[in-house]
Design a protein around this ligand. Sequence first.
Ligand SMILES: Cc1ncc(COP(=O)(O)O)c(C=O)c1O
Length: 434
Amino acid sequence: MPIRRSKVQVLVKWIFENQHKLQTVRYCSSSLRYKELEDSAAQPQPEHVAPPATAPSHKPRPHITPEISFKFDDLQVRLAAPYQLQPKPEAKELGFGKYFTDHMLKIYYHKELGGWQKPEIMPFENLNIHPAAKALHYAIQLFEGLKAYRGVDDKIRLFRPDLNMERMNLAAQRSGLPMFDGEELIKCFTRLVQIDQEWVPHSETSTLYIRPTLIGIEPTFGIMAPESALLFVILSPVSTYYKASTDGAVSIFADPNVVRAFPGGVGNRKVGSNYGPTIEATARAAKLGHHQVLWLFGPDHELTEVGAMNIFMVYINDQGEKQLSTPPLNGLILPGVTRRSIIELASEWDDLTVKEEVITMQRVIQLNKEGRLLEMFGAGTAVIISPISRVGFLEQDISIPTMKQAQPVFQRVKDTLLAIQYGHMEHPYAKVIS
Ligand SMILES: Cc1ncc(COP(=O)(O)O)c(C=O)c1O
C-alpha cells in the first residue's frame, strides 16, 4: 500500500506541474492547491479507475458549450473578515449603484485549462486586469441587471432570473464569450445574496441590484474570441434610478439624428457597447430640459426604446378598445424581462387589448391630436415603470396625458409587478431564495 500511494503522489505532482499542457480534460482547477490535490489523490482509489492520460496535446480541444459549464457544487467561499465589512448606508442615500456589498462572485474561464474554473465567492475587491485585455479595447463584454427584493414576509425573492441568464448567454454567443448553464449561475449568485442578505434593504422602495458581468480578459490585440474570460457578480443596494418631475413622470426627447441600434446590430443584446454611445445624446436631451432620450429608427421615426427601458403606449384603437402596445422584438430592441412580464400579465386582463406593433412618431402625434392617446411609459428592472408626460420631437413639444388618467394602466401594471416582487401575492415569476 505505501508504495502505491507514493506512485499516486508522483503522478499527482506531475499533473500539477504539467496541467497547462492538459488541453482536453481539466484535472485540477487553477484554484486547487497542490496540498488539496495530493490529499484527495491519497484516498484509496477503486481498482478499475484508469490513470489519467499523459499530456494529450494531439487531441482536439473541447468545444465549449453551455453544457460544459462551471458548477454550483464546486463553489468555494472565502468570507470577509470583520474589519473588511462596510457600513450600510441609509436608504435615502442609496441612489443607483453607488454602494457595494461585502462580497463578490468570480468565475474564471481559461480555454487552455479546459474552460470554466471553480466559482468563488470572496470579499469584494478590485479587479487586476492586464491593460491589453480585450474587454478594455474592443468592448468584448456583456452585463445583466436583476434585483433581489425583500418581501413583506421578510423573504428575499428574485424575479424571473432565468430570463436574464438566457439573455446573458445570447450576448455571450454574439461576442465570442464562453456560454454557461444559467441555472448554475443563478445558484451561485443566490448564495452570494444569501451571504450578503443584510444588504437587501428592509424597504419596498429599495432593492439589492445584482450585476452579473462577463468580460474577455485575454491580453492580446487580435479581434477574436477571447481564450480567457472572467464572469463576476457584484451587488449594490439601490433606490431610484433617476429623478423625474414632481408628479413622477418624465419628459423625453426624440432626436431623429441619433440611433441606438440598427438592423443586424446588437440592440437586442445587453452589451456595454450599446450604452457608452448614448451619453452625448442623453446629455443633449438634459440640456433641453428632458430626462431621457426616446430612441427612434428609420425614415418613419419608429419608436424603439426610451433611455434604458422598453416603451409602451396605451390608446383607444380603431375598434374603440383600450390597447396596450409596445414595439415588436425586431432586433433593435432589448428583450426586457419587465416588457415580457407586462405583456404576459396584461394579456390576462379582459378590459385591455395587448399588441406588439410598430409605432411611429406620426402615429403618436395623430392619436394624441384625436384624443385617443392615453398613456406612454417606459419599463425596465431599474425603474420598474416610468410614466411619460412630454415628448420633444422636431421643434414640437407634445403633452401626453398619462398622468391625467383616472385609472392609468401604468399604475396597474406597476402595482401588479411590485405585488409579485415584494411577496404581496404568490406568483410563479417570483423565486424565493431566502
Ligand atoms: C436598453 C434597455 N432596454 C430595456 C431594458 C429593460 O430590460 P429589463 O426589463 O430586463 O430590465 C433595459 C434594462 O436592462 C435596457 O438596458
